[in-house]
Ligand binder design. Structure first.
Ligand SMILES: [Zn+2]
Length: 225
């Protein structure tokens, strides 16, 4: 049998649900001669990306595309690997950094989206999903510092004082208004961040993936409020 990916020859290697599996001698990928279910077509990937970024949830997407919910999640993970991050070439701009609280699995398991936006373009330039720890905050701050910022506006969280130089660091009431507004956009446009619904985010990995697709997958999102 010939490999579907690189057209080299395959050898028999194991069985899956009583079907013979093959492994390519060159690229080592496992495959079968024929599959019982058809592969998810490319257009469904594009629709998943587009509708996910407009606030559609996993179950609704599954129904819309006539695929299972687990397939939608798999499609999203694959998209996360293929969508490329935008290259940000700018300097001497002002940034706002904030943290958005949500949870993974249950309400006790709090998780944060720490992110930074350009104050002028409102584009998200860096984000991190995880605990509100110094390590995670540093990841975001470092990315912003690489862009040679003119000023960085944050809330009163004391950790920032240790991470950002005093000359460019600004903390005063309502100085993070733009990013607070962005939090609202995020909560409306990402289904898993919505409040007061029975839908919720179940894993930190998928939240990171959803956030990545939202930031990198749709160029229109980055320009809008
Ligand atoms: Zn191959």
């Amino acid at each position: 049998m010939k490999c579907a990916y690189c057209a080299e020859s395959c050898i028999k290697r194991g069985k899956r649900k009583d079907r013979q599996c093959y492994q390519c001698k060159c690229c080592k990928k496992y495959q079968q001669k024929a599959y019982s279910k058809p592969r998810i077509p490319e257009w469904k990937y594009a629709v998943t990306l587009s509708l996910h970024n407009k606030g559609m949830g996993v179950c609704a997407l599954a129904e819309h595309l006539s695929i299972s919910a687990s397939s939608v999640l798999r499609v999203m993970l694959r998209l996360g690997k293929t969508v490329l991050p935008p290259t940000i070439a700018e300097s001497d701009e002002s940034y706002e950094i904030d943290e958005l609280c949500t949870f993974a699995g249950n309400k006790k398991n709090k998780i944060w989206i720490i992110y930074a936006i350009n104050r002028r373009t409102r584009q998200i330039v860096a984000f991190c999903v995880g605990g509100r720890t110094k390590k995670n905050l540093r990841k975001v701050v470092r990315t912003v510092l690489r862009l040679n910022p003119r000023r960085i506006y944050t809330d009163k969280l004391s950790t920032y004082k240790n991470l950002i130089e005093q000359e460019i660091h600004k903390i005063y009431p309502r100085c993070t208004n733009h990013i607070e507004r962005k939090n609202l956009t995020l909560r409306t446009r990402l289904k898993r961040l919505g409040r007061r619904t029975i839908c919720f985010n179940r894993s930190a990995q998928m939240l990171h993936n959803a956030m990545y697709l939202w930031v990198c997958g749709d160029p229109f999102v980055r320009i809008a409020a």
